[in-house]
Design a protein. Structure first.
Length: 42
């Protein structure tokens, strides 16, 4: 499995892919200055 996580100034993005690059799950959400809380929710 491959996990990608991007925490920016206004949003968090997450992707989970298998070894072949097939996306299994993804999310894109505003964190409203609560970056750590949003990452834990993912």
């Amino acid at each position: 499995m491959i996990v990608g996580l991007d925490v920016g100034s206004t949003t968090c993005k997450f992707v989970l892919a298998d070894e072949k690059g097939n996306v299994l799950a993804k999310a894109y959400e505003r964190h409203n200055t609560k970056q750590a809380q949003k990452v834990l929710e993912f």
